[in-house]
Design a protein around this ligand. Sequence first.
Ligand code: B12
Ligand code: SF4
Length: 458
Amino acid sequence: MKRALLVNPWIHDFAAYDFWLKPLGLLYVGRAMEEMGYEVVLVDLLNRHDPDLPRFTKVPKDKRYGTGKFPSAIIEKPDLLKFVPRKYKRYGAPPEYFEWKLRDVGRVDVIMVTSTLSYWYPGVWETVRFLKERLDAPIVLGGIYPRLFPEHAKKSGAIVFEKGDLTALPSLLESLGLPSKEVPRDWFELYDPMYELYERVGYLVFTTTLGCPFHCTYCAVHRLWRGLRKRSPERVVDCIEKYVELFKVKDVAFFDDAILADTNHFKEILRLILKRGIKVNFHLPNGIHARLIDEEIVHLMRECGFKTIKLGYETTGELQKKTGGKVFDEDVVRAAKILTKAGFTHEEVSAYILLNLPGQSVEDVLKAVEVCLSEGIDVSLNEYTPIPGTQDWYELTKSGKIPPDVDPALLNNTVLPYWWKHGMSAEDVQRLKRIVQERRLSTLKACKGSPQLSDRTG
Ligand code: B12
Ligand code: SF4
């Protein structure tokens, strides 16, 4: 039997936090490979809950709901990031763990490495190098980085899978002289992500849909997935139930881009969760559509035990319309009222506000913060990053504000303000963050309870 090794690579960055990060795409790849007759093994360098990890490094304790800090080590900055006055780290298991794992895995016929954020590529490249030096098998790199930057990803030394849809996988395997079988077109309906490859996890992550019907100018989703694909509520809930039972976890997060795009679909999932009596904390770390929230959804979410709800707000002002009009202030206010009336608190609900969007003013950000705080919900600031394939990217490259061949590492949202002259400076960003933090503390203290910092990057 042929063997496939799946690898979730290291992250190299100035900051990273395990905010329910699971390599969901890779777990689907694992299922497809299993269906093709491969024996599949996994090395997840970012699984903080791996029982073997404490033998190699000190693992920071879990914070809220299974999230937490990754083990990390300071590493040298690549030359092009030397100007950033912050420590650069490798996040994830130490190299000794990886070495030991690979010895344990033994012979494999193909290695499949995933990737998430494109500006995390230095960690992907190091992982590929590490594998090349130790194993003699073709290495295939897939995920969001090669989908957004295929030419750049080819320089990693791996064979690049530029597609998103798994139906393209068999022809890639054939080109490598490896056995393959057709992947069904409705694999998203049929396949469960292959969680059984783990010995232990601290939480589970699922997606009930792929894609999004909206077209925000800063978002790459329509480049990644065409239209909206939905998995049937029965299969979604069967899958949750099966793995919650297997791993006895208390926390489940959804990664959907647009979980409310079909509200009836989501309501049906929630009703089934209640009917089956699945008792875990649910989390929505990816911003949901404030305009699509209604009282019924909120009551169902409350009953199901949702503990983290993020609203995608992004900005106030003129830019709301210019960036696609997915949400206006009044939608956020209405959603916040429904949520707080149902008993959700500012510890459970916050709105993502993008910072440094092209054309955004400091006032836009501050006004968005005020709207949220005055409605009793918290805010999470996210620093903007330009993404290829988006309308913003098209305009920024056309007007010469971003060089089209820019190194993806420079687009890291922490790095951008240190060199980009067309947005806020690093000082502006720091100052704005401080003001917002003070506003949050004073407002949220007034409504009791201790506010938690909840930026996506942690
Ligand atoms: C869930 C999610 C998150 C989660 C965590 C994701 C994670 N695991 O790291 C949260 C909410 C924390 C998050 C945060 C952010 N995210 Co995000 N996120 C996503 C989202 C919605 C889904 C990712 C996902 O799991 N998809 C589902 C799986 C099934 O798809 P997939 O991984 O692509 O896998 C498929 C294929 O690629 C392929 N595949 C995958 N691996 C492999 C490997 C091999 C070998 C092969 C053959 C195939 C293959 O097979 C899979 C099945 O078809 C994507 C958008 C999207 N729809 O993809 C944005 C996205 C990745 N995020 C994005 C951004 C910008 C961010 C933020 C930086 C936002 C901000 N500005 O603050 C933050 C920062 C994160 C951080 N520093 O930790 C951008 C990435 C842009 C970029 N340059 O890379 C995206 C594309 C959205 C967007 N705005 O356009 N995110
Ligand atoms: S930001 Fe959200 S609503 Fe807008 S296109 Fe992306 S996923 Fe869809």
